[in-house]
Write a protein that binds this ligand. Structure first.
Ligand SMILES: Cc1cc2nc3c(=O)[nH]c(=O)nc-3n(C[C@H](O)[C@H](O)[C@H](O)COP(=O)(O)OP(=O)(O)OC[C@H]3O[C@@H](n4cnc5c(N)ncnc54)[C@H](O)[C@@H]3O)c2cc1C
Length: 546
């Protein structure tokens, strides 16, 4: 087997297993692909006690940064699963972005959310670190008994669907063997061999543009900010350029080259250096010492599969949907796919929810993908106007924005990843509290500092009845699903007022049913036993919503 890409680190070397010499063994879940999405899902399922097998055709993480911006919601999920602190500890925290048009700075934004969140709006962290920390967290979880197995150099080459299982053919350095699974999750990336094996396609657009990435190692005193240029003033930079800091003194530089390019010539290190020299010297007139750490040219698509569930095969991450890198919505939304799917698969496999619960994975995450594709397509259209009229509009906005604040929000250099609110989702119960929109039904729970620690830590990973200044029983069990109460009061647990502001607003009391992925399933002003039980049935796919 020849690796398709060089590794940054070998993390799960190939090891022959007895299953290769036996009749196919049945697994509850097999994840195809050990990228960030597959590993996040494996960690979630394993920590819940559901046995999971990850098959990856390589033995570790690939070289090259690819994703660098990881959003607050991803960090919240990673914190719940284990590796969050390592990611934030290594990552570069940034909040300020500056937008230039030619030489002139036209716009500046600050993503620093209001205080009272454990995590910053974003960190910059090379994708290989992100994946490595996930694998380390899997090792830690395994030591605590989590049933997660990773098989490196196991390439899935065939898939057959049966009524009650899926059969997979696997190639290894020792030759082929087969496994069976109750459910298969295809996390095998944008080219998804599994999607190909099932003859499934994509709907969407291919954007005709090429971007050169250069990851440059240097010790420079550029501030820790995201700098974006439309029509950069330095030679050979193309139509736009981006500069971003990563850990280990690495800087990410992107140049938009246009469509009709000679790829090999553009990847010539001498040519890349001329471009980088021009950008780096534009500020000080001198070129600092630097090394080219990694270079690549990418194009991109904004597209998704029609549905993310096909019977016993589910698709997550880049295999299901793709967006442009501007906006950092690829890995961030893929981790949210994993977060949405983990608890549902777990409940279905434990017999605590009907198989139909998995349909909501597709409908909720398809809606999220559409939101991301729309944001990404708009940014791309702004960056690369496709008609004279859209170029005129873009240039007018950039000119006006220098002096007129109203034009600044129209500048789109990639609106950054935000989590999806599952409004109108199939699992939503009643929204019967006149409370803030930020914690409405379908929303991911906003964090809040409590008297001790943060709210999201206290919510954990099961169904929770959150009460603020309201009564409820300590525990409710409905058809095998247990919801436990987290009882808070604004008097005793809300030192900063953030809990009141984010959950109650003007209301005197509130009761929320929170899902295991920490999205709000229903909310009321007061506890009502029958209403809560019904909401639990709706949230687990046993009953249709209101
Ligand atoms: C230049 C660039 C910049 C980006 N920047 C950002 C950013 O800042 N923020 C962000 O959120 N996203 C960003 N992205 C997107 C991000 O890199 C992807 O969305 C992310 O890698 C998707 O993860 P995944 O796990 O779905 O797929 P992948 O990371 O592609 O992983 C798929 C895995 O499946 C394995 N595999 C494939 N075929 C098989 C097979 N037959 N059998 C077994 N295993 C198989 C692969 O080897 C791989 O390990 C960027 C992408 C690019 C190209």
């Amino acid at each position: 087997m020849t690796p398709r890409y060089p590794l940054a680190a070998t993390l799960y070397p190939y090891a022959r297993v007895p299953a290769q010499d036996a009749a196919p063994v049945r697994h509850p879940v097999v994840i195809v692909g050990g990228g960030p999405v597959g590993m996040a899902l494996a960690l979630d399922l394993g920590r819940k006690g559901t046995p999971v097998l990850v098959l990856d055709d390589h033995e570790g993480v690939g070289q090259g940064s690819r994703a660098i911006c990881f959003a607050q919601r991803t960090l919240d999920i990673a914190h719940r699963l284990g590796p969050g602190a390592r990611m934030v500890g290594k990552g570069v925290v940034w909040n300020v972005g500056k937008v230039f048009h030619g030489e002139e700075r036209v716009f500046e934004f600050d993503l620093q959310p209001e205080p009272g969140h454990r995590h910053p709006a974003f960190i910059n962290l090379q994708q290989p670190y992100f994946e490595r920390f996930l694998v380390e967290a899997i090792r830690d979880a395994r030591e605590e008994g989590a049933p997660i197995e990773i098989r490196g150099a196991n390439a899935v080459t065939g898939l057959t669907r049966h009524a009650d299982h899926v059969a997979l053919d696997i190639d290894t350095p020792d030759g082929p063997y087969a496994v069976e699974a109750d459910y298969v999750v295809a996390c095998d990336g944008a080219r998804s061999p599994v999607r190909g094996m099932m003859g499934l396609g994509f709907d969407g657009r291919v954007f005709e543009d090429n971007f050169l990435i250069a990851d440059v190692r240097m010790t420079a005193d550029f501030p820790t900010e995201r700098w974006f240029w439309f029509e950069p003033p330095f030679e050979g930079a193309g139509q736009s350029a981006l500069l971003h800091k990563q850990p280990d003194d690495i800087w990410r530089i992107d140049f938009q080259l246009g469509w009709d390019i000679d790829r090999a010539a553009e990847l010539d290190p001498a040519r890349i250096r001329r471009r980088v020299d021009a950008m780096l010297s534009s500020r000080t007139g001198t070129v600092p010492d630097y090394d080219l750490d990694w270079t690549s040219i990418y194009t991109f698509q904004c597209r998704r599969m029609h549905a993310f569930r096909h019977g016993r095969v589910l698709f997550a991450g880049d295999s299901a949907h793709q967006v442009s890198p501007f906006g950092a919505r690829g890995a961030n939304s893929g981790v949210q796919d994993a977060d949405n799917l983990g608890w549902k698969l777990d409940l279905v496999l434990k017999g605590q929810a009907p198989d139909a619960l998995l349909d909501s994975y597709s409908s909720e995450r398809v809606a999220a993908a559409d939101e991301n594709i729309l944001a990404s397509s708009r940014a791309t259209d702004f960056l690369t106007p496709k008609s004279d009229a859209s170029r005129l509009f873009r240039d007018a906005v950039l000119t006006l924005a220098r002096d007129h604040p109203f034009a600044r929000p129209l500048i789109n250099s990639g609106r950054l990843s935000v989590p999806r609110v599952y409004d109108g989702g199939a699992l939503n119960g009643p929204d019967a509290l006149d409370g803030p929109a930020i914690s409405c039904v379908g929303a991911p729970c906003p964090d809040a500092p409590l008297d001790a620690g943060f709210l999201l830590d206290r919510l954990g990973g099961g169904f929770v009845i959150l009460t603020v200044d309201a009564e409820a029983p300590a525990r409710v069990e409905e058809e095998g699903i247990v919801a436990t109460r987290l009882a808070l009061t604004t008097r005793d647990h809300d030192p900063t007022g953030a809990l009141r502001a984010r959950y109650l607003g003007g209301a005197a009391s509130g009761v929320w049913l929170i899902r295991p992925d920490q999205h709000v399933a229903a909310r009321w002003a007061h506890y009502d036993e029958a209403a809560l039980r019904r909401a639990l049935r709706i949230a687990t796919g046993r009953e249709a919503g209101p």
